[in-house]
Design a protein around this ligand. Structure first.
Ligand SMILES: NC(=O)c1ccc[n+]([C@@H]2O[C@H](COP(=O)([O-])OP(=O)(O)OC[C@H]3O[C@@H](n4cnc5c(N)ncnc54)[C@H](O)[C@@H]3O)[C@@H](O)[C@H]2O)c1
Ligand SMILES: O=C(O)[C@H]1O[C@H](OP(=O)(O)OP(=O)(O)OC[C@H]2O[C@@H](n3ccc(=O)[nH]c3=O)[C@H](O)[C@@H]2O)[C@H](O)[C@@H](O)[C@@H]1O
Length: 389
């Protein structure tokens, strides 16, 4: 009889230890997933990435029992013959590798399309040929714009959830015209989803597709000039954190009217763990993973972050905490935006019984505490440095 403490899945069946090939393990989501897998399960990780700074604390053996279950392979999946061998050694493949910062979609559309579609192809192929289960990270951006956004501004139908809630098995994918190169990312992600789905239908590939809705938290992206390029433009959490740390106004693109639902990375990782350990319930499904209760406009996000940062840093908020900027000036030609993103949670609830827990205020408070602790001193030094005359 199994020990009372044996790990069991949602159907009460014991979970066997597995080897997970995690591609893109050195990124934001990968670093949190590695931490969770190592600290709470007996599974092993083959961690593939070109960088490992965000998982160094796991690799360097501060805790030897964790470090012995993770093996880092510095691999660029664009061109490395070791990829198939590592996939063959695994029970499960998780693919997180991608270019996924909006500033790149319209300025580096070729790299974006190659990264999100072409470079993912061999991963799908090796999984299919070697009968390996695949969890692939897509994006909520595959929904593009809401149907409601095409209605007249004063239409009462805009208030009807049927016109804006995003459902995995019903909502269409609505992108802008080809010259709006913003959609290069969403379109590449959509095509790789379709290919994975077809591999499942025609060749029996066991797959799960994850559509994250703005997961945020510690270790997301970089702070320009500190642990990333000075001219780099990360996603909104890091852009706003950078401005707060430097005591500069937060830039609101096109007035900050777009709406997003933000979810705490730690809540989202719980959902991924359920997918990993419940293949019978997760295979063949596409899952929205987001927090429908945490909706704000980008302007509201900026105001909330300014208030919370003042609290955690002890510094007074700026008199004018935000400034408007056009999308053309901020991102360049070809930018476009998703108007509103609220995930429908029916499928993930039914299959995995998962729900997000953390409020926007709480997740911003813990994330901004981390940002302040990690970066405030470094920023002070950079600002104090005399510039060459
Ligand atoms: N964070 C979110 O809220 C979010 C939302 C929607 C979708 N996603 C998707 O989730 C995945 C992970 O996102 P993230 O936020 O952790 O991004 P990230 O940029 O922090 O992580 C991606 C990692 O993949 C690695 N990588 C990229 N190309 C590679 C290559 N050719 N070979 C090896 N490694 C490579 C990068 O070095 C990086 O460490 C992406 O596919 C992204 O599109 C994330
Ligand atoms: O996170 C997600 O779910 C997906 O959405 C993101 O796209 P987006 O939400 O548009 O990217 P952010 O950089 O986080 O921007 C959010 C909003 O803030 C705005 N913004 C961004 C930065 C800034 O300084 N100011 C500002 O107003 C943007 O224009 C946008 O409307 C990225 O495409 C991916 O990481 C991911 O696939």
């Amino acid at each position: 009889m199994a020990a009372a403490s044996a790990r069991v899945d949602l159907d009460g069946k014991p979970i066997k230890p597995m080897t997970i090939c995690m591609i893109g393990a050195g990124g934001f989501i990968g670093s949190h997933l590695c931490e969770k897998v190592l600290t709470e399960t007996p599974h092993k990780i083959l961690a593939l990435d070109v960088y490992n700074d965000k998982i160094k604390h796991l690799l360097e053996g501060e805790n030897a029992s964790l470090a012995e279950r993770i093996q880092f392979h510095r691999i660029n999946i664009k061109h490395d013959s070791r990829l198939e061998g590592l996939i063959k050694m695994s029970d499960l493949v998780i693919n997180l590798a991608a270019i996924c910062t909006p500033a790149d979609y319209n300025t580096r559309p070729l790299d974006t399309i190659y990264s999100n579609f072409i470079d993912a192809l061999p991963v799908v192929k090796y999984c299919s040929e070697n009968s390996k289960r695949l969890i692939h990270f897509s994006t909520c951006e595959v929904y593009g714009k809401t149907i409601g956004s095409f209605l007249p501004k004063d239409s009462p139908l805009r208030e009807d959830p049927a016109y804006y809630i995003l459902k995995e098995d019903e909502s269409p994918c609505i992108f802008g015209s080809i010259e709006k190169q913003r959609w290069s990312y969403a379109c590449a992600k959509q095509l790789i989803e379709r290919l994975i789905y077809a591999e499942g239908a025609e060749n029996g590939l066991e797959f799960t597709i994850v559509r994250p809705f703005n997961w945020i938290g510690p270790r997301m992206d970089f702070i320009p000039g500190i642990d990333g390029p000075s001219e780099g433009v990360p996603r909104v959490l890091a852009c706003f954190s950078n401005a707060l740390l430097r005591r500069e106004p937060l830039k609101l693109v096109d007035g900050g009217q777009s709406q997003r639902t933000f979810i705490y990375i730690k809540d989202a990782i719980e959902a991924v763990m359920l997918m990993i350990e419940n293949p019978a319930r997760a295979n063949g499904h596409i899952f929205n993973v987001g927090n429908p209760n945490n909706e704000v406009t980008v302007r509201q996000l900026a105001e909330m972050m300014s208030e919370i940062y003042a609290k955690v840093s002890g510094d007074q908020a700026l008199q004018s905490p935000t400034v408007d900027i056009s999308s053309k000036e901020f991102y360049g030609e070809g930018y476009d935006d998703s108007d509103k993103r609220i995930p429908d949670m029916t499928i993930i609830n039914r299959q995995l019984g998962w729900n997000p827990k953390t409020s926007l205020w709480d997740l911003l408070e813990s994330t901004l505490t981390y940002q302040h602790r990690t970066y405030a001193e470094a920023i002070k030094k950079v600002i104090a440095k005399p510039t060459a005359s």
